[in-house]
Design a protein around this ligand. Sequence first.
Ligand SMILES: Nc1ncnc2c1ncn2[C@@H]1O[C@H](COP(=O)(O)OP(=O)(O)OP(=O)(O)O)[C@@H](O)[C@H]1O
Ligand SMILES: [Mg+2]
Length: 337
Amino acid sequence: MAPIIEMRNVTKVFGGPIGSPKATVALDDFSFAVDSDFPHIITIAGESGSGKTTMMMLILAFYEPSAGQILYNGKDIWKKMSRQETMDYRRNVQAVFQDPFAVYNPFYKVDNLLSIPIKNFRLARTKDETQALMESALRRVGLRPEETLGRYPHQLSGGQRQRIAVARALILQPKLLIADEPVSMVDASLRATLLQHIRDMNQELRIPILYITHDLTTAYHVSDYIVVLYRGGVMEAGDVERVIRDPKHPYTQLLVNSIPWPDPNHLWGEAAEAKRAGTAVLAGCRFADRCPHAFDLCWKEKPELYRTNGSQVAACFLYQSNDKLERKDLGTLFIKK
Ligand SMILES: Nc1ncnc2c1ncn2[C@@H]1O[C@H](COP(=O)(O)OP(=O)(O)OP(=O)(O)O)[C@@H](O)[C@H]1O
Ligand SMILES: [Mg+2]
């Protein structure tokens, strides 16, 4: 396995040092890997505040981990990288942000947004080549270049901005794309189309994609694997078909049962509000206070990841007699064809 990105026992706390009472643990001892030899779509799912965006910001080096390491092609991104390595990393790991409007310079037209990366990474030699690259990227996400190129971000709808963000990421032909709720502002009819574009890109260009969402239905349709996060920790992970059709963790069961399947727009987690506020580090299972199966041990110890079958694990003592998957090896779950 030669992961392009690897997270090793990464913890991120905000608002104070690890262990301080005021600190929010956004991600807790999280290990993960994406292998470019197996360009799958992996969903990172979880309700609001579960740590999804934090995970992405860590991979992009926008946040520094409080503990643990993040490796790009085997190199720690917080240790000194050469200029070439930094350029390579910046180009090859692309992201679509949850609120793409917030990250764009409002004084730049779409032309600029798309041509700047082309220039910075020297992807075209002439103006015509630049134009052709921009147009094909826009068409790929279902936008008409003549209607979008001359506009400013505020002259576009939320859904159009999200598609432009996908187009921009595509131009660089990255080796990993991370998309944080990329279709949240796109209407239902277009959502399926844009997700299909993302899926096509994954297949044709063989780019692994991290699809971050709290919408379990789109996760089911678009991805190969899923990691279910709850309050910064992995609850369940594995083959998406198995996890959603036959969830093993009581938390995933709760979520899956709360999806009214005929309505593809339902955002899951709505029926499952956290009772306990805050995200302090807890002694036992982070789901114990809501779990119908909780017993003594669940309040005392953090469960390991137990295998529930060959391609699925659950962090739950109900399965403690099964084989363990070391937390640090979670990434190995996603490398099968
Ligand atoms: N910059 C920050 N400063 C302080 N706390 C933060 C910061 N970013 C995130 N958090 C906290 O970390 C936790 C995880 O937040 P995160 O944004 O990763 O959640 P999320 O899963 O992306 O949620 P959503 O689905 O609402 O986007 C939350 O409790 C959040 O309040
Ligand atoms: Mg988020």
